[in-house]
Design a protein around this ligand. Sequence first.
Ligand SMILES: Nc1nc2c(ncn2[C@@H]2O[C@H](COP(=O)(O)OP(=O)(O)OP(=O)(O)O)[C@@H](O)[C@H]2O)c(=O)[nH]1
Ligand SMILES: [Mg+2]
Length: 382
Amino acid sequence: MSSSELPVARYRIPHPEGYTQVSVARIGIVGFPNVGKTTFFNALTGLNAPTAAHPFSTADPNVGVAKIPDPDLDEAARLEGSAKTVHATLELLDLPAMVKPGHGAGFGARFLGRLREMEALAIVLRSFEDEAVPSDESGTDALAQAQELLVELTLADLEVFERRREKIVKEATADAGKKGAAQAISRAAALLEEGMQLRTEHWEDDQLVAFRDMAPLTLKPAVWVVNVAEDSGDSLDIIEELETLVPGGDTIVVVSAQLEEEGTLLSPEDRRELFEGLGLGQGALDKVVRAAYRAMNLISFYTLGPKESHAWTIQKGARAPDAAGKVHSDMQRGFIRAEVAPLPVVIGDGGWDEAKKAGHVRVEGKDYTVTESDVMLVRFSV
Ligand SMILES: Nc1nc2c(ncn2[C@@H]2O[C@H](COP(=O)(O)OP(=O)(O)OP(=O)(O)O)[C@@H](O)[C@H]2O)c(=O)[nH]1
Ligand SMILES: [Mg+2]
């Protein structure tokens, strides 16, 4: 698996209006026909969108929500006796299949616009063999599919960048203020022409802003999902080979989408037993969701209490008042200070009050940068 330590911040186009404008994290699922995209979508969302053993069974996108697994939140809610537990979520979009080069016109290309609205991509590669599920439109060679999809995504971006380059280079001759943007767009177009993914390059914030309304697909962090047969276990060879092919910082996970979908029907205990028996550990869904979350540069912070224990999503680097604003706009407006302690410490102490007694709760002001797993109690006045 690619390292989670790699900087991912640069993939994100900075938002001029700041952190509070960050919407829900959205992931688009892409891949060739019959690779298990919808099966994977169902496994993540617990929904029951139709799947079929014939290609192009998905003609319209499916939309759903995946709950981020969070055993620490569950444990904290238990300690606080919370009436309700609210997990962080991801929004998923399951798209009609892309078409292999030379296989005619398909649905996929028509939906690339929808894909541009996503914060990250989950690219599904078929590695399972199954006579009942034709593979003519995809093949079962995950590496070949990855290579072809990298090309498709690059070409899709190139088309948009070439058009923009022509326009902005002209405009920049009359308007010196557009020179920087014209240069950035020209450089990006040249890289795409060479077949490079834009996320493999370093871009300054103002250059990323110049790309903003094109929402380049090759700038989005990707999670590569290798869909293997049920009895394959963790196929490490595929991961190693794929790592040489995909941009550094992308994540690779191996799943059996079918098994994961079946797993959603079992009790948590039975599911664990099944997965461990097959050498799949916790199952891959946790891995996928977490990887995507990390790739989008998002962190969780928590509010705990008897009414509700809640995991909130915010962009890395956000300050305490921005976090408070996620919970309630009044809390941001009237922010005075926040009491803060890491969730594992709170759990170790046996709850928030106990953590306070133990002297583990700090007081932070409005310049405090929220860190992963902070529990926050906001003091405010409006
Ligand atoms: N053996 C096996 N079959 C699978 C696996 N994942 C999906 N399938 C089957 O493959 C067929 C296609 O799955 P879908 O999830 O519909 O695939 P898709 O990529 O969404 O297909 P399109 O929407 O048509 O592009 C279905 O019959 C699934 O049951 C798997 O891991 N192993
Ligand atoms: Mg489908």
